[in-house]
Design a protein around this ligand. Structure first.
Ligand code: SF4
Length: 301
């Protein structure tokens, strides 16, 4: 079968750095034990399993502050998504040793919203409700920021005249560029004075643009990545909406359904920024060797 290997795809530098920090922590016997990661270091089950085997405990929960309540001693690792100053402060108050694996691109947004609020701006932050990245950014400037996911959230705003006068827009790093543009246009239609800062990171943009351009002409796009990974899910959306190619998301080869390949000649493959390369390589290798004639004899089950 013909396979279009979309490039760039897979791990971004923020994820590589976060995983490296966690692996080094596991090796460093001088660090206080136990070592906990506050939330999933990246949204990928395989990567988390690897760290578990190294003795690092991943704790998950509704938000970073409540997860931290379960940690009384040792070392904590903050994930690439970033955390609010309150979470860092609570960890320090408990005497925990902290390793901050926040991606530098997320830190840029933390610095930006703090700076804007210091200059008197109110912030409309476009992001995904319930995702850890907005939680960390919004915690920088509580009471001075509103989370916007859709146009309906813009309609529901009740801003004071002072807030309307000095209004700024910032965004989560892993959003769809096209969805974000649409929401920004809606905000600008209501608040033309708003100062707009688009903080979608280069890794997310490059991976989305690659799918929009390179998946065209394929019969199907397979996106390898975790269901919780926002940037992975956005790649499915980009394939369907921008390239006009149906797309499926799988965590790894075991989830590939042979029925999807029926009548398909060209399949495009990409992966989210938090997907280990090995998982994508296995999918590509399988597809390259796959012959429709062997359909009934071949199974991934
Ligand atoms: S997707 Fe972007 S913001 Fe997130 S870790 Fe990777 S480089 Fe950093």
């Amino acid at each position: 079968m013909e396979v279009i290997k979309i490039s760039p795809r897979g791990y971004c530098y923020g994820v590589v750095d976060a995983l490296t920090a966690a692996r080094q922590a596991a090796k460093d016997q001088a660090l206080p034990r136990p070592i906990h990661i506050i939330g999933q270091i990246i949204h990928n089950r395989h990567a988390i399993d690897e760290l578990t085997q190294l003795g690092i405990v991943t704790l998950d929960g509704p938000d970073r502050a409540s997860i931290l309540e379960h940690v009384m001693e040792g070392t904590v690792i903050f994930t690439a998504h970033g955390v609010s100053p309150l979470v860092k402060q609570r960890a320090r108050e408990r005497g925990l040793y902290c390793i901050d694996a926040t991606c530098p691109d997320v830190t840029v947004t933390h610095d930006l919203v703090r700076d804007l609020v210091a200059k008197g701006y109110y912030i409309l932050y476009i992001g995904k409700k319930g995702h850890p990245e907005p939680e960390g950014v919004m915690g920088e400037v509580p009471g001075q920021i509103s989370l916007i996911e859709t146009e309906a959230d813009v309609d529901a705003l009740t801003l004071t005249p002072a807030q309307q006068q000095k209004l700024a827009v910032s965004t989560q790093t892993t959003l769809s560029q096209w969805d974000t543009r649409r929401v920004i246009q809606y905000i600008k239609a209501h608040y033309p004075q708003a100062e707009v800062h688009v903080d979608i990171c280069a890794a997310t943009q490059n991976r989305q643009e690659a799918v929009a351009a390179q998946a065209k002409g394929a019969d199907l796009t397979i996106v390898v990545g975790d269901p919780k990974s926002n940037n992975t899910n956005r790649l499915v959306q980009v394939s369907e909406e921008l390239a006009g190619v149906p797309a499926v998301r799988i965590e790894d080869l075991s989830q590939l359904d042979i029925a999807w390949l029926h009548d398909k000649k060209r399949v495009a493959v990409t992966a989210g920024a938090s997907t280990p390369s090995q998982l994508t390589r296995e999918v590509i290798r399988f597809l390259e060797q796959y012959q429709p004639a062997t359909e009934t004899a071949t199974s991934t089950e």
